[in-house]
Design a protein around this ligand. Structure first.
Ligand code: SAH
Length: 396
């Protein structure tokens, strides 16, 4: 095979790359030999001249090289990508997540050593999302592999906001294979049916990542008056209602999300859920001044920290919402506090809860420290891939 362009690292900056972290930031690059095009394969070499990894180059991105192979003999060929995708699908099959009516994440970017590729499966529809230019340029090959391995009815490209600026990806949502059915698709999760809107929904249409946490929260719901803050299409609400909550109040600021949530409740014949369209900060203030109290509160806010620089601001936002939520927790209430920011660790979220509890003069016991389900695997060498935290507490 032809020699690849070489990216030399600054001495002392090789640690993460040797440690198999898949992101090589521009600040670690000393010099480049050859003229790699954006998206092209390069070899990364340490300051002392040792082979580090093979990756895909992008001068438009702060992540200058995404690393995929740490074996000098293993280059990023067609077979390499096909095998990685097959390896990801094998995990989901072995987890029993490939049933006809289910949804699951088939490929989880860094978690599956495919940094920049997400594939979600809703029944026989695949939603593909690219967050790296290098893999975006391999789109045809990736889609061919998915079709060969799974024979899906539909492959749909969902684009994520900001990718033009971050990666130089020029793409629009579009159908790649098959015919999209009219209207939303129905998937079954924890024996509850959910409508997924692949066109306008958040993420690729649904928050698959909270599947197991919804079930865990539901285990505490019997006989409790519940509140679901930032409910989106009702994932937690429906699980709580079905598990025997006395009633559920659910808040979200998005009209579209609540419309879908209402349809989901009807679809499952669950009638004791009240949907409230409001800003969470404002509604929680109002509930506190109305002396409302709940026996179970779920707080699942959007990702506040987009980058490492935004972490302080995000922690302030989380602390504010956690305090407001604790204010309306009844004595002995269950509080389920989530964060979906890869930049906020579970220890930091626990500190947020603890600070909020001190502020509200409450005691909090931690019952469960939870994360993301196994179809969103965490790559040991990439702590940022552990993005979802879900702490289940008791509030006294
Ligand atoms: N709990 C949901 C996922 C929540 S995602 C589930 O299990 O599926 C975060 C949600 O927060 C989104 O639906 C978004 O519309 C909502 N949101 C964002 N900012 C908000 C705000 N200030 N007030 C209320 N909801 C907000």
């Amino acid at each position: 095979m032809a020699e690849l362009p070489r990216v030399y690292l600054k001495t002392g900056r090789e640690g993460p790359a040797f440690g198999r972290h898949p992101w090589l930031f521009s600040g670690a690059v000393d010099r480049i030999e050859g003229k790699p095009a954006n998206g092209a394969e390069v070899t990364v070499i340490s300051g002392t001249g040792a082979f580090v990894a093979h990756g895909l180059y992008n001068a438009n991105s702060q992540i200058r090289v995404r690393l995929y192979s740490w074996d000098q003999e293993v280059r990023l060929t067609h077979d390499f990508w096909h095998n990685r995708i097959a390896c990801a699908i094998h995990l989901r099959s072995s987890l029993g997540l490939m049933g006809q009516e289910t949804g699951c994440r088939l490929v989880f970017s860094e978690g599956d050593m495919l940094s920049g590729l997400v594939v979600d499966r809703y029944r026989d529809i695949l939603a593909v999302q690219f967050t790296s230019l290098g893999l975006f340029l391999q789109q045809d090959l990736i889609v061919d592999s998915l079709v060969t391995l799974l024979q899906p009815a539909v492959v749909y490209l969902r684009t994520e906001k900001g990718m033009r600026e971050l990666e130089g990806i020029e793409a629009q949502d579009q159908l790649i294979r098959g015919n999209m059915p009219e209207g939303p698709v129905t998937i079954v999760e924890n024996n509850i049916s959910f409508l997924v809107d692949l066109h306008t929904g958040h993420k690729t249409g649904y928050y698959l990542d909270q599947r197991d946490n919804r079930k865990a929260a539901a285990a505490y719901a019997v006989g409790r008056r519940c509140l679901d803050i930032c409910c989106y299409s009702g994932g937690f609400s429906l699980n709580l209602a079905k598990a025997g909550a006395v009633e559920v109040t659910a808040i979200d600021s998005s009209e579209n999300a609540l419309a879908l949530a209402g349809q989901n409740a009807s679809l499952n014949n669950l009638r004791n859920i009240t949907w409230v369209r409001s800003d969470a900060f404002k509604m929680l203030d109002k509930m506190a001044s109305d002396h409302e109290s709940f026996g179970l509160v779920v707080l699942d806010p959007p990702r506040f920290a987009q980058s490492s620089r935004g972490v302080d601001q995000a922690l302030k936002g989380y602390t504010q919402l956690n305090s407001q939520a604790l204010k309306i927790c009844a004595e002995n209430a269950i509080f389920v506090s989530c964060s979906c920011s890869g930049r906020v660790s579970d220890q930091e979220l626990i500190r947020v809860i603890s600070n909020a509890a001190a502020r509200e003069n409450r005691n909090v016991q931690i019952l469960e420290v939870r994360g993301q389900p196994p179809d969103h695997p965490v790559l040991a060498s990439c702590p940022e891939s552990a993005y979802l935290k879900c702490i289940i507490c008791r509030v006294i």
